[in-house]
Design a protein around this ligand. Structure first.
Ligand SMILES: Nc1ncnc2c1ncn2[C@@H]1O[C@H](COP(=O)(O)OP(=O)(O)OP(=O)(O)O)[C@@H](O)[C@H]1O
Length: 515
């Protein structure tokens, strides 16, 4: 029997003047995990959407078991055994986990509700999700929502499982659990397509790789070779792959920035909130990057929420770098020089139906008054174009709607938008999630440039290694309190993980981090 169960031949897709894919073909085999990699905008999501019936190709064909298929919807693909977990979560936050899991027009049915629940509980448990099925999505973290999305696909027992960045919100324990599941599914003969910007994760479980570069398939290295990681990166980058582009230690400024408006440090003293934050004393100076770490429920999200005017203090004092007190609402926070890049950026940080230029100009309008609300369109477009060049945003024009951009490029637009607002305090919640290796280093440089120009930067990352790499000082939170700090030579990933887990505020498993 032939082992390829799903094949693509000569797939092409164009959006307006953007060629997203050209003549892409490959075979997927039963019992094999195929990694799909490429830089932001390389065409990965477009290809996956075509495989899963959510998009129709302009050219080319798909074959299941050697027979040509023409999917017009994800339901049709699901009936042929192909399930996708998309980059964008497609769950309903007001519904329960059970309702979300059941809302699939798939090919599977259950003899009774009890049987469905038993299956759902088992799959969720294997993924490490231990809440009741009745809990509403709105009460779950982004990471848990992502697990529900994955469980929904697994419930359909697909022959081909497509995962588009399934680990972007997950922490290391959950990633390991997911990998164990994938390995088990592989043993059962399921074919898996796995997209991730975390190449080391990918190498952990993948048998082969398909590499896309600018919409074309290029040759992939043998993943079993000892130097597979640098060769994979070189294949993704093509001619751009030079040592300097991948040198994370480079100090050369990427942005030419005017000095910022920080009048002084961020000072928090005697702070308590209704949500349990309790910070005695924290001062972060202009020019400093302060890393924040903590387990789920540790208070990281609450601290960002408070500084961005989403929560109020019960007692204590907060003085922002602009010299003002903590703001009562987000618009006030913006006016007081606070920029907040939330973890769930695509859902809450961008106006998906507006253009790139409008998005980039949007908070400047709020933050800077005169030059803002009545900013001249021509000027706004010009500034947006400059920002796009600075941040390497891949697009056809700034007049495209943001929804047309690839995921990583959308995240860069969020960055551009906040740079335009000229903040003095930058709150970054997992700033490089879903961003390719090249752009990640550029964003690190941007963050350093911003600090150097006088901003106060607070950064949280689900990757403890990233916090340690970026920050001058790292504070560890547990149960709303600042329980320890690492600085100088003590600031290592090992020490950070030990400190995070030795605090007793852990509401969740060992190395789960907050977001
Ligand atoms: N609906 C659309 N309209 C216009 N252009 C689009 C649309 N969808 C994708 N594109 C463009 O097609 C190209 C490929 O995008 P795609 O989302 O497939 O990339 P990707 O490899 O998944 O990137 P990322 O890693 O950033 O998610 C990009 O240039 C993107 O801007």
């Amino acid at each position: 029997m032939k082992s390829e169960i799903f094949s693509a031949r000569g797939i092409g897709k164009t959006f307006g003047s953007t060629v997203a894919l050209e003549d892409v073909g490959f075979d997927l085999h039963a019992g094999r995990i195929t990694g799909l990699v490429g830089m932001n905008g390389a065409g990965k999501s477009t290809l996956l959407q075509i495989l899963a019936g959510a998009l129709q190709p302009d050219t080319g064909t798909l074959e299941v078991d050697g027979r040509k298929v023409d999917f017009h919807s994800t339901e049709e693909a699901l009936r042929a055994g192909i399930a996708i977990v998309s980059q964008e979560l497609s769950l309903f936050s007001s519904l329960s986990v059970e309702e979300n899991l059941a809302l699939v027009k798939g090919h599977r049915s259950w003899p009774s509700r009890a049987a469905f629940r038993a299956d759902a509980r088992r799959i969720l448990h294997e993924l490490g999700f231990d809440y009741d099925l009745g809990i509403r999505l709105v009460h779950l973290t982004l990471a848990d929502q992502q697990l529900v999305e994955i469980a929904r696909a697994l419930l359909q027992q697909p022959r081909v499982l497509i995962l588009d960045e399934p680990t972007s919100s997950l922490h290391s324990v959950e990633v390991q659990r997911l990998h164990r599941q994938l390995i088990r599914l592989r043993e059962e003969g399921v074919s898996i397509v796995y997209v991730s910007h975390f190449l080391e994760d990918l190498l952990d479980v993948c048998d082969t790789a398909v590499v896309l570069r600018n919409g074309h398939r290029v040759e992939a290295p043998d993943l079993r070779a000892p130097d597979s990681l640098p060769r994979l990166v070189a294949a993704m980058l093509g001619d751009e792959a030079t040592d300097s582009t991948l040198d994370s230690g480079t100090d050369a400024p990427l942005l030419d920035l005017p000095d910022r408006r920080a009048n002084g440090p961020l000072r928090i003293s005697g702070l308590t909130t209704a949500t349990g934050l309790d910070i005695d004393d924290l001062t972060v100076a202009p020019g400093e990057i302060y890393g924040i770490s903590g387990l789920i429920g540790s208070g990281v999200t609450d601290l960002f929420g408070l500084l961005f005017g989403l929560q109020t203090a019960r007692s204590g004092e907060v003085v922002l770098p602009s010299g003002r007190s903590a703001a009562a609402t987000p618009p006030d926070a913006v006016r007081a020089g606070v920029a907040y890049l939330p973890a769930d950026r695509k859902a809450v940080a961008l106006m998906q139906r507006q253009t790139i230029a409008e998005n980039i100009g949007s908070v400047r309008a709020l933050g800077l008054g005169g030059d803002g609300a009545f900013i001249r369109r021509k000027r706004m477009v010009q500034r947006a174009e400059e920002r796009c060049v600075q941040l390497g945003i891949r697009m056809a024009s700034v007049h495209q709607t943001v929804s047309e951009l690839s995921g990583g490029n959308q995240q860069k637009v969020v960055f551009a938008k906040w740079l335009e607002a000229e903040p003095s305090l930058l709150l970054l919640d997992d700033p490089t999630r879903g961003i390719d290796i090249h752009a990640r280093l550029e964003i690190h440089r941007t963050i350093r440039d911003l600090a150097r120009s006088g901003l106060v930067v607070l950064v949280y990352s689900s990757d403890p290694g990233e916090v340690v790499e970026l920050a001058d000082r790292v504070g560890v939170f547990a149960d709303g309190r600042l329980v320890g700090e690492l600085r100088g030579e003590d600031r290592t990933e090992h020490n950070l993980i030990v400190m995070m887990n030795s605090t007793n505020g852990a509401a969740a498993g060992p190395t789960q981090a907050a977001s």
